[in-house]
Design a protein around this ligand. Sequence first.
Ligand SMILES: Cc1cc2nc3c(=O)[nH]c(=O)nc-3n(C[C@H](O)[C@H](O)[C@H](O)COP(=O)(O)OP(=O)(O)OC[C@H]3O[C@@H](n4cnc5c(N)ncnc54)[C@H](O)[C@@H]3O)c2cc1C
Length: 163
Amino acid sequence: MEEAIFLTRYASRVTLIHRRQEFRSQPILLDEARKNPKIDFLLDTVVEAIEGDDKVRNLALRNVVTGARSTFDVEGIFIFVGFIPNTRLVDSHVDHDKAGYYLTDPMTMMTSVPGIFAAGDVRSQLTRQITTAVGDATTATIAASKWVEEWRRGREEARAEAV
Ligand SMILES: Cc1cc2nc3c(=O)[nH]c(=O)nc-3n(C[C@H](O)[C@H](O)[C@H](O)COP(=O)(O)OP(=O)(O)OC[C@H]3O[C@@H](n4cnc5c(N)ncnc54)[C@H](O)[C@@H]3O)c2cc1C
């Protein structure tokens, strides 16, 4: 919804194609999009092909309820189908939110597993931008190096006590 509303700043018409009747977006955004005179909705529909020559000319569409196929002339297409966080690497060990993003301590970027830090798009947060990713990474790097130093010191002290 956010992206469709944003595109109306530049496009004279925006058609939002969606495979179902219902939306999972925030009701306030859906309401704003529905009230926007530049936005049309094409529901129960999927795009099967993007067709054109040197530029995009039309979309091959299929209605998922009736099975009817049609062609829809367009001058451009913006694909926005949601996100799947790329967190499989350590997924089963680290606490994450409902959408699968890692939960982190905001002061240090450390996850629920001591010594594992997360920064950028994999982290549960409000915005995912280059600037926030760089900020997260700066914090995580400094915190991680401090954590390693403390861990090393603790190990050396434990060894000294054992001797
Ligand atoms: C279409 C699009 C447009 C965007 N436009 C903007 C914009 O205009 N302004 C803005 O600020 N932000 C924009 N963003 C968001 C921005 O790109 C991200 O927030 C930012 O790149 C996140 O940085 P990151 O380091 O967390 O992840 P990434 O930049 O995705 O870097 C992660 C890296 O890790 C690598 N990787 C993944 N898995 C593994 C693995 N298992 N082992 C080793 N390496 C691995 C990947 O190949 C990748 O290089 C946009 C994003 C998209 C998708």
